[in-house]
Design a protein around this ligand. Sequence first.
Ligand code: SAH
Length: 505
Amino acid sequence: MTERQSGRLYGVGLGPGDPELVTVRAAGLIGKADVVAYHSARHGRSIARSIAEPYLRGDQIEEKLVYPLTVETTDHPGGYRGALDEFYEQAAARLAAHLDAGRDVVVLAEGDPLFYGSYQHMHKRLADRYPTEVVPGVTSVSAAAARLGKPLVEAEEVLTIIPGTLPEEELTARLAATDSAVVMKLGRTFPTVRRALERSGRLAEAQYVERATMPGERTAPLAEVDPDSVPYFSVAVLPSRIDRTVAEHADGEGRGEGEVVVVGTGPAGPLWLTPEARGVLAGATDLVGYTTYLDRVPVRAGQLRHGSDNKVEAERAEFALDLARRGRKVAVVSSGDPGVFAMATAVLEAACADPYRSVPVRVLPGMTAAHAAASRAGAPLGHDYAVVSLSDRLKPWEVVAQRLRAAAAADLVLALYNPGSQSRTTQVGLARDLLLEHRAPDTPVVMARDVGGPTERVRTVRLADLDPTQVDMRTILLIGSSQTQAVARDNGTEVVWTPRRYPPV
Ligand code: SAH
């Protein structure tokens, strides 16, 4: 007895709705298939089938794979997941029976089969057992952009595709951080998606596309859409912002209300940039800051950059507030956290005086150098600690010394910012000697330079061995308390940590 050759499985993308957007390959396979399968909800209507209709022969076996439930509750012992898994198993078994009998099976998929498609559940269960081909289709992403007639992504822009079913916080963070976006699966998620667009500051850009390329198609600015009218077959689109920014801001005059946002970029590259800060940097018309920090922010067409040296903070703050008064959206860039020895204070000081009292100002947090450095060493800041800048440019050295003595007497771990520079070479030695009056020579000191950057160097030394010539502007020092441990581990590394318990005094 010869074994019968099995049939072939095809996952066929049908595009977004217009049957003319079905590929030639897809139409050919649909016309030749022995079995045409498609998923549907309990109401039995299948959008995929209606798109494929012109290509069906009429004499083919149709396998309707009807979902036992969509979002309603279930009494299946495995819950929602269990009910679905059982459904997919049974559906795959039905298709397998046709394939075993030598029949070619086309599974219809709206859009693209591997893009949020139900076909994937069949593919995972069958593709390793039967010869299988997936035919790509035009996704709703491309269809929506085409129907809006707006560029979607250009040059270095990033497109994020987001299921609207994510929690609001997650939606907000993703929308804030991305350039362009398409939010899928609207319908009942619409009010949440709209709030996330608003909270991420992207609502004004957002477009709405319903039933792209299908009968009943509708496009509109998303803010104008009635939430009760939104079906599942709709998407929200944030198109490319390159043209917008260029057109709106090239003349140096602002549109609408300006503001100053003081942004912390974190101690180093984009891994430590918050989504919120990334979004504000991308959406700003003007960037203001110390040139070294501005250089870390990617260049964007249409955005103006105003770099300066790291002195004259007050002038920089007033310059930013002036721009905002003229309607510009200004991001003032600081490294680390903008509230830690950085620009936020200077901006607020100026903003609390005439003529800037009514200019809107916001401060966005960033990861501060102490925390990045601590994580590299282990957990030296695990207990109470004090943060002190060793710079005596803005406060007398005697104040610094007094605070170091107080912190040392209280046995606090110390994070020392601005320890020294080419022109300030004495502070580290003075601080070391002063601290040695209160702390053991063996006290661990983490010396962290350029944390997160290309020349990162993190070492732990004894307090008595702290060498001021090894310390520069890009270094932060973490001085342990009497409880801080530096311990060698089996792999040869050393970790530094401060216990959360403290012995009774
Ligand atoms: N706003 C910044 C601090 C500005 S003061 C923040 O929150 O981190 C500048 C000092 O920060 C430097 O002299 C150094 O002590 C520290 N610093 C900033 N980035 C650093 C990094 N990547 N590695 C080590 N120290 C850093």
